[in-house]
Every structure is written in structure tokens, then in C-alpha cells.
Write a protein that binds this ligand. Structure first.
Ligand code: ARG
Length: 458
């Protein structure tokens, strides 16, 4: 007979390659705490429902608590022969308290056990990610407040489009993070469901009390269908998808930071604490952290794609493929949390070169829309105004001038409605200040956005 916990119907031991390939203990030991807590709640429920005697439960609880204590002291050793965290802990419990340990697995399967551990694991990490997002949002709001009137070029197609407020730019990322946070909060709802009690796939004949176990473990509700309970990984997919979108947002900002610290732009400077140097070029100051966050975004996408591919053709209910669900999620947690922290530190200590930003809006013809709007406001149909200004722009390009360099006479030749007040509106700062439509870059609008954000963050 095989010496495994499930060895009864086997006459031979598994081949060593099976232990190597099939065991998950190298990574699922990360859920050791959750596994023990799940078992404690389960066994207390078995006592409450008179499925096990109080005497048995007392021994099992004491044994599990002893393992828990030793685990925290780093004194517990796991083995690949015991396959995964669930059987490792059961085996250690058996070694410590004897055959009564075998009663722990009454009315339970590893299928609902592993799903429970995984839910618990994520349920505890989600608030940490949400907290880090909030910290980052606060940093962005603070930076935005300091930069409402910092003028920079706004880009489309990476071409200077219209001048904008840097504060407005920063608040755009605030809004993305707000949606990220809402997605993680929704993810909490689907994680806050207890699979335990589904047993292998079909429920159990024992008179268990799933509501009791849910309460013990702090779950909001229990899965309504036992097949769904053991085979659902939507909560993990949602998590990875949310992480991917969040990382994509950070990555876009990181891309801009990497560009804007370059010699050509010099809009920003990363603090020494968040930069690195070159081993050969003494003058270098590299935006490594921004690049790494951008790079690690790909790896988080990989975590999502991996699990989506694993899930794609799985028949109900449990299949061993599901053991592949954990590493990607662990990896995403291990990547996203520090990425958020480093990103926050990096942007909180960014130096803004306000003059460089502003100066690059002065001679880029990005006030052309102002002139077209000016004409339209005086009754010229916008399409016609666009054409008039287009010709003036061409003239500027040919004569190496800006629109504001043209004399009133020249401008009036293009359109007689133009008066001396046009020059004020061609100033980039005035152009930004005047874009006061709801959600626009006008100073008033940006300030209102910041006020709303502060209220949301309370
Ligand atoms: N290590 C397994 C996993 O992570 C636990 C569940 C095993 N269940 C089974 N029927 N083999 O999925």
C-alpha cells in the first residue's frame, strides 16, 4: 500500500517524478495560515453540529493551534511527498495528535478546502492594494494642487495639440485610479464568498452548517451551488484583470515620465532616491523604476493570460489544472503592491520644471485652436474659421513665426472680425484658464475636480 493520505487503493508508491511535478507545496505554503484557519472554523462547525464530539474537536483545535504557533516561529517543515499545503498540515497534525486528526477531514474535500484557502488569501490582500491606491490618489491630488496653473503642452498623436494644466494631467490619473479602486472593491464582493461545505463537488450527507463556518471565517455569504463553489476562479481572474488594468495605468504614466526626464524634454526630474546610475557612463541618471513598472506590467498581463488559458476548457467540477491558479495570483500580488509603493515614492519626489513645460507651449502653434475659436465666437462658421487659421499657420511655418507675432493688419487681412483683444487669447496661459467647460483644463474646473477628489478621499 502507498503511504500517502489517499493511499488505500494503491499498491505502489508514486514515481519520484510525480512528486516533483505534481506537488504544489513549494508555492501553496504561502496559504498555510489560511489553511489552518479554514480547518479551525471547519472543525468548530463539526462540533457545533454534533458531527464530532467536543473531546475530539478539542484535541484537533489544540493540535492546529500548535502548528500555527510553530509556523509563525518558522519551525514547521513541509515535504513534497505530502503534495500540498492541505495534506502537509494534516500529516503534521496526525504526527502530533494521532488518528483523531483523521476526523478533521469529515464532510470536507481538498477541493472546497483549496478554494476556501485561496478566497481567504485574496480577501486579505485586496484591502492592502486598495489602501495603496488611496495613498497614490492622495499624492496625485497634492501634486495637482501645486500645479493647477503649471502650463504644459497637451499631446495627441504625441504632437503638441493644445496647452493644458499639469494639475489637470495629474488628475486624469487620479480618475483612472478611482475606477481601479472601484474594480477592486467589486472584486472583494466576489471574493467574499465561502466555498467550504461544497465538499468534493456535490455537497455532503453530514448535517453541516455552512452559515456558521462562513461567520467564523468572516465571509459575507456562501456559494449557492457546490459545483460552482469548487470550480469557480472568477474572483482570481477578476483580480488579475484588475491588476493588469491598474498596471497599465501606472505604465502609461511611467512611459511619460521616462520621456519627460530625457534631455529633449526636461519637464521632470526624478529624485536621486528613485533613480539609478550607469556602471560605465558617469553622467547617467536613469529612470529605472519607471521602466521596471512598465516592464512588470507585461508580467502581470502574463499572469492573467495564463489563468484565462488554464480555465478555458475545464469541464466541471474540480480538475488538477486548477492547481495552476495560484502562482500567477501570488506573483501579481508580489508585483503590484511594491509597484504601487515605488511609483508613489517616485512621483511624490518628482521635481517639476515648470519653466520648461511652459516654454515648450510658446512656439509650437498650439494656440491655433484659440484663434479658430475666437473667430467662431465672433460669428464665423467654425469650419471656415479652421480654414482661415490653417492658412495663417502655413504662413507662420514658412516665415518662422508664431501666430502672436503676426501684426493686427496681417490678421485682419485674413479675417476682418479680428481685433486687438485677440493677442490676449493667444497667450497659452489664458488659453488654458479659459477652457472652463465641465471637466476641462480651465483652472476653475481643475480646482473643482481637486475639491471633489478630496471629498471622495475622506
Ligand atoms: N493542491 C491542489 C490544488 O491546488 C489541492 C486540491 C487537490 N484536489 C484533488 N482532488 N486532487 O488544486
Amino acid at each position: 500500500m502507498s503511504d500517502r493520505l489517499w493511499g488505500g487503493r494503491f499498491t505502489e508508491q508514486p514515481d519520484e517524478s510525480v512528486d516533483d511535478f505534481g506537488s504544489s507545496i513549494s508555492f501553496d505554503q504561502l496559504m498555510a495560515d489560511e489553511d489552518i484557519e479554514g480547518s479551525l472554523a471547519h472543525v468548530k462547525m463539526l462540533e457545533k453540529t454534533d458531527i464530532l464530539s467536543s473531546g475530539d474537536v478539542k484535541q484537533i483545535v489544540a493540535g492546529l493551534e500548535g502548528i500555527q504557533k510553530d509556523l509563525h516561529a518558522g519551525k514547521v517543515k513541509f515535504s513534497k511527498e505530502n503534495e500540498d499545503i492541505h495534506m502537509n498540515i494534516e500529516k503534521i497534525l496526525t504526527d502530533r495528535i494521532g488518528p483523531v486528526a483523521g476526523k478533521l477531514h469529515t464532510a470536507r474535500s481538498r477541493n472546497d478546502q483549496v478554494a476556501t484557502d485561496f478566497h481567504l488569501y485574496l480577501k486579505r490582500r485586496l484591502p492592502k492594494i486598495i489602501d495603496e491606491i488611496t495613498t497614490l490618489q492622495k499624492t496625485l491630488v497634492k501634486m495637482a494642487e501645486e500645479n493647477v496653473e503649471t502650463i504644459m503642452p497637451g499631446y495627441t498623436h504625441l504632437q503638441h495639440a493644445q496647452p493644458i494644466s499639469y494639475g489637470h494631467y495629474l488628475m486624469a490619473y487620479y480618475q483612472m485610479l478611482k475606477r481601479d479602486k472601484e474594480r477592486f472593491e467589486f472584486n472583494e464582493k466576489h471574493t467574499d464568498m465561502l466555498p467550504l461545505g461544497a465538499a468534493a463537488l456535490a455537497g455532503t450527507t453530514f448535517p453541516i452548517d455552512r452559515q456558521y463556518t462562513a461567520k467564523e471565517l468572516g465571509f459575507d455569504e456562501v456559494y449557492a451551488n457546490s459545483l460552482d463553489a469548487v470550480s469557480d476562479r472568477d474572483f482570481a481572474l477578476e483580480f488579475l484583470s484588475n491588476c493588469s488594468i491598474l498596471m497599465m495605468h501606472l505604465s502609461r504614466f511611467c512611459e511619460e515620465i521616462s520621456m519627460w526626464v530625457s534631455y529633449e524634454f526636461q519637464y521632470l526630474e526624478i529624485s536621486d532616491e528613485y533613480s539609478t546610475g550607469s556602471s560605465i557612463m558617469p553622467q547617467k541618471k536613469n529612470p529605472d523604476m519607471a521602466e521596471l513598472i512598465r516592464g512588470k506590467t507585461g508580467r502581470v498581463y502574463g499572469d492573467l493570460m495564463g489563468l484565462l488559458a488554464t480555465m478555458k476548457s475545464l469541464p466541471l467540477a474540480y480538475n488538477k489544472d486548477l492547481q495552476e491558479d495560484k502562482e500567477g495570483v501570488f506573483d501579481a500580488v508580489k508585483t503590484v503592491l511594491p509597484a504601487l509603493k515605488v511609483f508613489n515614492g517616485m512621483i511624490a519626489t518628482l521635481k517639476v520644471n515648470k519653466d520648461k513645460m511652459r516654454d515648450s507651449t510658446k512656439h509650437d502653434l498650439s494656440n491655433a485652436t484659440e484663434l479658430a475659436d475666437y473667430l467662431a465666437a465672433k460669428g464665423v462658421p467654425f469650419r471656415q474659421a479652421h480654414g482661415i487659421v490653417g492658412k495663417l499657420v502655413l504662413n507662420c511655418i514658412q516665415t518662422h513665426r508664431d501666430l502672436q507675432d503676426m501684426s493686427l493688419k496681417e490678421l485682419q487681412k485674413a479675417s476682418p472680425v479680428i481685433q486687438n483683444d485677440v493677442y490676449r487669447e493667444l497667450d497659452p496661459e489664458v488659453a488654458v484658464e479659459r477652457r472652463n467647460s465641465e471637466g476641462g483644463t480651465g483652472f476653475k474646473q481643475v480646482r473643482a475636480q481637486i475639491e471633489r477628489a478630496k471629498h471622495e478621499l475622506k
